[in-house]
Ligand binder design. Sequence first.
Ligand code: IVH
Length: 718
Amino acid sequence: MADELIPVEKLTEDAARVELQRLAAEIAHHDALYHGKDQPEISDADYDALKRRNDAIEAQFPTLVRTDSPSQRVGAAPTGVFAQITHARPMLSLDNTFSDEDVQDFVASVYRFLGQMPDNSIAFTAEPKIDGLSMSIRYEGRKLKTAATRGDGTTGENVTANILTIKEIPTELPEDAPDVVEVRGEVYMAKSDFLALNAQMEAEGKQTYVNPRNTAAGSLRQLDAKVTASRKLRFFAYAWGEMSEMPADTQHGMVEVFRRWGFPVNPLTRRLTSVEEILAHYREIGLQRADLDYDIDGVVYKVDRLDLQARLGFRSRSPRWATAHKFPAEQAFTRVEKIDIQVGRTGALTPVARLEPITVGGVVVTNATLHNADYILGIGNSGERIRPEGHDIRVGDTVIVQRAGDVIPQVLDVVLEKRPDDAVAYDFPKTCPVCGSHAVRERNEKTGKLDSVTRCTGGFVCSAQAKEHIKHFVSRNAFDIEGLGTKQVDFFFESEDPALMIRTAPDIFTLKKRQETSLAKLENIEGFGRVSVRKLFDAIDARREIALNRFIFALGIRHVGETTAKLLARSYGSYAHFSEAMQAAAPKFGEAWNELNAIEGIGEVVAASIVEFFKEPRNLEVVSRLLDEVTPQDAEAQAVGDSPVAGKTVVFTGSLERFTRDEAKARAEGLGAKVAGSVSKKTDYVVAGPGAGSKLDKARELGVSVMTEDEWLALIGG
Ligand code: IVH
């Protein structure tokens, strides 16, 4: 076949047009054969070659792309996997604030952390929070080199080809720009472009899109950049990653430089000093919100001086020097048609209201969470009444539904006047609707309070828990296995065929082997194509080596989220060491237990939960089968470079004069030290200020080295 083809570069426009028509028909023919489960006429490789040729010709002649081209197929999800890019500096998210008081607290916390700054001496920038997708664009030698999505903050997807289609983004920077520049900002779709696109889709009888943000995300995640090019995406620059040289020393100055370099920057950005001015600007932007041609969901405040930003530093995922002040959520009235119970990974029974579909802030809502049994009754977490008269929520009720950003919609209140006469109070199930085991509300040992969550006691017996665990296991921040979404997990979990079923996480990694020797071929099953099966196996194999923190997070230990998993990985270094230590900690006293509790950020509830996980033989058995298939990579030693305090454990006590306690801790951690709350044999240094008491005594008793704040400063280099 290949012999007869004219090289793409040599095709005339007319020849290209004819060939694209032929390719569209030919590929459609093979698709029909293939999906009709008929005997395919050509091999995978030949099929792929046809698609590649189609793509290559389209790239050469973008104006000839046909509406029936295989590359334009509607609903064709991105078919492949993007290459990964590790961000030179992590891409963080922002803390949220919701009320004026929250904003006052934020500003106060900045002053408190920095200490000794006169009132109104710190300037903040205030700018709209764009509801799009964050992007990091890297320039080397003033040329656009790569563009990556945020991903999990550490690694994102390489979408350079797609970003190159956005005309607003310069591909070259001026002479005076530094050698290495990473400009960060938001890719978004204008409301007007979104409406035009939907009008076109509707005219063509195609499915319309939900909102500009999702459409922008979908457009960007097209492996085929031509599709991206056909959607008008835009960009606002507001942040940066690695910079070989800093062209300004304030947030405001940096954004001004970006503007000079040709990036679009948001015109509503202001530099303000008092909380009153900040809140006034927030209200001003709120008033303009509906008239802007892009969606925004709040206003972002950032400390303007970069030296102060550096001192404030970061918490685990977000900077201390910034916050996002969100706009109030949008609300609407609708009716509760039904209440269902969902069983989660940890057995929590969550009631969900099935609603008469309603549009809230441009998105159709059909479900809303009812949280727990008390919430349905109108009782809050501390026993208080959460609806004005404490009334309950019933099937048939007219309710107020609220949606805020990406959060699951909530039922806020009931319109009692509209309650039907025959509506009855909801009877919360006493058994798990999936496995029939008892459902209980645990009592908190310390407070004696009843837990708000009703939990299925079925554990491994409960198929809902097992299935949810697999969904967690393959999710983005855990194993991140592309091609194993909710639908696929449901399918594999429910399959009875030994060559197809996935009941526990290790089964994922034996699927390919089981498939090789079986007649129940996945590729013959509706919804899986030859290509997608191959991609799925590749995606699974790609995860046979995995970072230790992701591995720990994926285990789904109750209370162990991503941050805790990172702490554990950093503290124990290897899985073997971690698991051994957790088993040794089982009696909940002794050295291993104390060591676990001494990790800053791990409290007793979390520690107990981890230890419980490792006590359960069934968990150990599943992990052991998993380790036959997967190798967790040892965590990098936490020592950062050559700081003399890297890897050391420090305790601060007494009052500090040169820093606030928070800043001292953040600085030490930034240098790779561990900051502990109590003194033990493992403590390397105790930094004692005036008024130090029992911790200082303990340090002397244990022979731990004690120093003054100034000595500490000299040690870490000022
Ligand atoms: S600053 C280290 N400024 O909001 C902080 N973020 O919730 C870097 N976003 O991931 C972010 N508009 O995608 C910043 N003016 C703005 C923003 C903005 C939208 C997004 C961004 C970020 C998310 C955090």
